[in-house]
Each structure stands twice: as C-alpha cells, then as structure tokens.
Design a protein around this ligand. Structure first.
Ligand SMILES: *[C@@H]1O[C@H](CO)[C@@H](O)[C@H](O)[C@H]1NC(C)=O
Ligand SMILES: *[C@@H]1O[C@H](CO)[C@@H](O)[C@H](O)[C@H]1NC(C)=O
Ligand SMILES: *[C@@H]1O[C@H](CO)[C@@H](O)[C@H](O)[C@H]1NC(C)=O
Ligand SMILES: *[C@@H]1O[C@H](CO)[C@@H](O)[C@H](O)[C@H]1NC(C)=O
Ligand SMILES: *[C@@H]1O[C@H](CO)[C@@H](O)[C@H](O)[C@H]1NC(C)=O
Ligand SMILES: [Zn+2]
Length: 429
C-alpha cells in the first residue's frame, strides 16, 4: 500500500446559507427557494489527483529549502487550453460546468467595455448598483447572498502576507541570468526566513507551466488560491468566459496539488457582483487587499524602486509610531518578476519585526481554505491545528511512512474513517 491516499471528502456539502431579502439587487431573479447555498465543486470530481504531493499541512520540521525534484511532474498539457489566452467556452468540460450553475441568480449586468486597459464608465450608474470595484472600490456586494470581499486582517498588528501571479518562471528567457528568479528561489527564501508561510494567488497557466514549483509551495505550508487562467479583467468577460477562466485554473490546481481552493483574487481587483456570483457558485470567496504596494508598477517602469520602498516604509513607520491600530492588513504584492521578488525579499525581514506576519486565512481565523477539509491550517485562535505524523499524512515528505504506518491496513483504516462519518474514497479521485 505504498503511496495510497485516503482523501477525506467529508462535509463537502452546505457551507454558506444566505437568505435573499435585499431589495437593492432588483436585476437578480431569485430561484423560488429563498435560500441559496454554496457547495463543493462537483464538476471537479473526476480530476485525477497527484500521488507525489503532501496531503495535509506539513510540520515545520518537514519543510526544507532546496532545489525542485529533477523528475518533472507529468501533466498532459494537451488536455488543457492554450496558456495565457482566454480558454474557449465550447469545450465539453466547460459546458459540463455550466450545467451545474444556476444562472437565474447571477446578476444580468453586461460585460464591461475596455479600451487600451481603460474601462468605459461613461454609461455606468454612479450609484454603483453592481458593486464594481474598478469603479468605486466597492467590496460589499449589493447582491444579498454574496459575502463581503476579504480585504483586511481584522486584528491590529497582523499582516496577511500574500503574493500574486505565481508560480513564477520566466516564460521566454533569453539568458541564463533571467532564470535566476524562477522558483523555488523565493520559496526557499521564505523557508529560510523562519519557514514563513504566505497566501499565493496562482495563475492557472503558470501552474501547468511549472507544476513542480506549485507542488513545492504546497509542501512549504503556503495557502493556495486561484488567480484565473490568463489574468484578464474579469468584468469584461461573458459569464461563460468567466467560468472557463475559473474552471481551468481549478482543474490545474487540483491535478497538480490535489486541492480545491475556496478563495480567489480577481486580476487588477476587477470584480463586480456578476463575476463574484459566478466565482461564489464555483465555490470561492473573493479576496482583495487594503494596501497596494504598487510593486507591479516597477515592471511597467512607471514607478521607481524608491517610491515602492516608501509605501512599505510608511506602513512600517505608521505601525511603529502607534498610529496603525484599527486593523491588520492585506497588501498587494507579486512574485512575478526579478524586481517584485527583490522588493519582497528586502521588506519581509522588516515586516516580520513590525507585524505578526501570516497567511490571510490565518489572520481571518479560517482553518479551511480548501474544500478538502483534511487540510487544516493554523488560525489566530488555533495556532497548532491537530495533525497526525503518519496515517493519511505527508506521504510526499517521507515515503517510508506509508509502510511504517499507523494505518497498517488500508481497508481497516477506511472502515474506521467511515465509522467516524467520513465519506471515504479509496481510489484516487
Ligand atoms: C441608478 O441607480 C439608482 C439606484 O440603484 C436608481 O435609482 C437610478 O434610477 C439609476 N439611474 C439610472 C440613470 O439608471
Ligand atoms: C501619527 O498620527 C499623528 C496624528 O494624526 C501625526 O501627527 C503623526 O505624524 C503620525 N505619525 C506618523 C509616524 O505617521
Ligand atoms: C530584472 O530583469 C530585467 C529584464 O531581464 C533586467 O533588465 C533588470 O536589470 C533586472 N533587474 C534586477 C534588479 O535584477
Ligand atoms: C521517515 O519516517 C520514518 C518513520 O516515521 C522515520 O524513522 C525516518 O527517520 C523518516 N525519514 C526521514 C528522511 O525523515
Ligand atoms: C480502528 O478502530 C479501532 C476501534 O476504535 C481501533 O482499535 C483500531 O486501532 C483502528 N484501526 C486503525 C487502523 O486505525
Ligand atoms: Zn495578478
């Protein structure tokens, strides 16, 4: 029974309930039932999960810096759409997902028009009926069943560390030097800085381009969220295109890491209630930020290093001087270039001295960022989640565990888990 996994597919059912009584969302047609629930993505049930990755949060003594494995992770790239492009909506797998969604409760607003990256807002109602972040920084949906976006850490002095756009690898390097910042450089750096954990918003195209780094990030204890397939301005897409973006990213994440995130971040923060509602039905909650480091403007060349340094300096000074006492922060940062990675490495040690630095779910006290509830992460309330050294644990970190196992017999283990009320799948699903 080498490398068997026993996924706990328990309690995959009702998580969020909300009643629909708000009058603001007039263009949302309600299902006749006044109740709407978010459920686990059934449309991912047939995705094969890997056998070479951790299946629970690793213990700190299992986390080590070092190179990626030499053996590449085998992924059938032909089963995925073209990277960095809008995936077609007529693909049978996308069509199958569409059948699972209830479009009657998704706002009917039209895709936004954008020209040269600038939104056409002249016809948009200034009262912001769609809670369109790009127009008003709105984070509190007008659609009543949608939860508010996560954008701060509630407790003062906490810092929800996170990085967008990974796993980073230069797509078309023209020199060896350009590969210097490819992962696992920054993941190793985080390990060396006290096994620092972060939330990583992954682009699906990057996950299939660099699955070994994605797997490594998971076994370093980071929390993985979705950041779409090709990083578009999501409100410009049709419903079907939004679904395709989110579906392929989720499939890539599940196939390489065996997990199903409940969290996503819209590229450029561009989200409105229509897009939120689709992501929500696909099992995700929207995460934004309250502080923009503007590190992405280093890449565009619009900001100099000193300007970005000054943002960080301001936040640190504010905290040190005792002015920053309302709540903790979620800051927009990126692992997508040599410049943003350098900036992150420069400031992390200072942030660690000034704030309690942790992943976003930890600071919001949510131990379950994935639908697979066997993954329990630390929270502020429970910093040491109960985990077992062996059993259905970290097969990736120490393969000898499978044979030395607490579960000497897979059948017995499955029976026991069933008795505990878990729905157990012994096959790899
Ligand atoms: C804008 O929205 C408000 C409130 O939702 C509504 O009362 C008003 O009629 C709208 N204006 C236009 C021009 O559609
Ligand atoms: C802290 O806040 C006070 C009052 O708003 C202000 O005068 C002071 O300059 C602030 N200090 C820093 C370091 O920002
Ligand atoms: C980052 O990479 C760009 C493009 O390869 C290069 O021009 C620049 O000098 C690098 N900057 C740093 C700080 O390494
Ligand atoms: C793997 O686990 C076994 C049993 O728990 C232990 O004896 C062994 O030292 C571990 N090996 C490594 C490399 O961690
Ligand atoms: C299964 O449960 C029984 C009773 O609780 C226990 O004695 C046994 O050790 C368990 N077996 C495994 C493999 O966990
Ligand atoms: Zn991004």
């Amino acid at each position: 029974m080498i490398l068997y996994r026993v996924p706990f597919l328990a309690t995959f059912l009702v998580i969020v309930k909300a009643t629909a009584t708000n009058t603001n969302d007039a263009d949302v047609t309600r299902a006749s039932s006044a109740e709407y629930v978010q459920s686990s993505p059934a449309w991912l049930a047939n995705v094969k999960v890997p056998t070479n990755v951790v299946t629970q949060l690793p213990f700190d003594d299992e986390i080590k810096a070092g190179p990626l494995p030499k053996e590449p992770f085998k992924l059938d790239l032909n089963s995925y759409p073209k990277p960095n492009k809008q995936p077609p909506v007529d693909h049978p797998e996308v069509q199958a997902v569409l059948k699972h969604l209830d479009f009657s409760i998704i706002p009917k607003s039209k895709p936004r028009i954008v020209k040269d990256w600038v939104f056409d807002m002249k016809d948009y109602n200034r009262t912001d009926p769609d809670c369109w972040w790009s127009s008003s920084l709105c984070k509190k949906p007008k659609v009543s069943y949608l939860p508010e976006d996560i954008s701060i850490c509630p407790n003062k002095g906490t810092w929800g560390l996170n990085y967008d756009d990974g796993p980073y690898k230069m797509w078309w390097p023209t020199s060896e030097k350009q590969k210097e910042y490819d992962q696992p450089r920054f993941y190793n750096y985080l390990v060396e800085k006290g096994k620092q954990k972060a939330t990583l918003f992954f682009v699906g195209s990057n996950v299939i381009n660099f699955p070994e780094a994605a797997q490594r990030s998971l076994s370093d204890g980071h929390t993985i969220c979705s950041h779409t397939w090709s990083h578009p301005q999501m409100t410009t897409l049709t419903n079907e295109e939004v679904v395709a973006q989110l579906y392929w990213t989720h499939k890539a994440i599940k196939e390489t890491m065996g997990i199903t995130p409940k969290c996503w971040r819209p590229p450029y923060g561009d989200v409105d209630d229509r897009v939120r509602a689709i992501a929500y039905q696909m099992g995700m909650r929207t995460i934004l930020w309250d502080q923009d480091s503007n590190d992405w403007n280093l890449i565009t060349g619009r900001l100099k290093t000193e300007v970005v340094d000054n943002f960080f300096k301001g936040w640190v000074d504010n905290r040190v001087s005792g002015n920053d006492t309302d709540h903790g922060h979620i800051t927009l940062q990126h692992e997508n270039s040599n410049m943003t990675i350098q900036m992150s490495e420069k400031w992390l040690p200072i942030l660690q001295k000034t704030f309690k630095v942790m992943p976003i779910h930890q600071c919001i006290n949510d131990p379950h960022p994935y639908w697979e509830e066997s993954w329990t992460y630390p929270t502020l309330d429970v910093p040491e989640p109960p985990r077992q050294r062996s059993s259905a644990g970290n097969l990736g970190a120490n393969t000898s565990m499978a044979s030395s196992s607490y579960y000497s017999n897979l059948a017995e283990a499955i029976l026991n888990l069933s008795l505990l009320g878990f729905a157990v799948a012994a096959t790899l699903i």
